[in-house]
Design a protein around this ligand. Sequence first.
Ligand code: DAT
Ligand code: MG
Length: 149
Amino acid sequence: MERTFLAIKPDGVQRGLVSEIIGRFEKKGFTLVGLKLLQPSRELAEQHYDVHRERPFFAGLVDFITSGPVVAMVWEGEGVIASARKLIGATNPLNAEPGTIRGDLGINIGRNIIHGSDAPETAQKEVALWFKDEELVNWQPTVTPWLHE
Ligand code: DAT
Ligand code: MG
């Protein structure tokens, strides 16, 4: 089953948006298989955002993501990678559609509340970077027959 890595960034945690955000993925029908609160090290943050290393905003991005607690999660479900990106909305919250997390809850690109893996390869890489195998739980919600034909 498809899995993605999602992280509520320090702004989302500080603003008390954890339950609001987790609730959206629960209500959509996806399954939480990994969850922890941590303040990421600089090393972890730099690896996570390695693709942006040469961008002008890289240092600020790493400062921000390491500045406080982050809720790191793995979610599972059919099409969860692309669907989570849709639920999250555009990178700049000012361009994100209402109804999306960033569109409803944010106003600034540098404080855009949540991270979501953008493709199967990055999802696999990010899940492995943030979680050990034994931190992930294989389970099937009893509602499964009510979510899938
Ligand atoms: P996303 O988080 O939607 O996948 P991304 O991978 O392009 O976006 O960028 C990673 C993060 O870097 C993004 O969530 C916020 C920050 N960022 C991106 N572009 C930026 C910019 N032009 N100025 C400031 N921060 C930026
Ligand atoms: Mg990205």
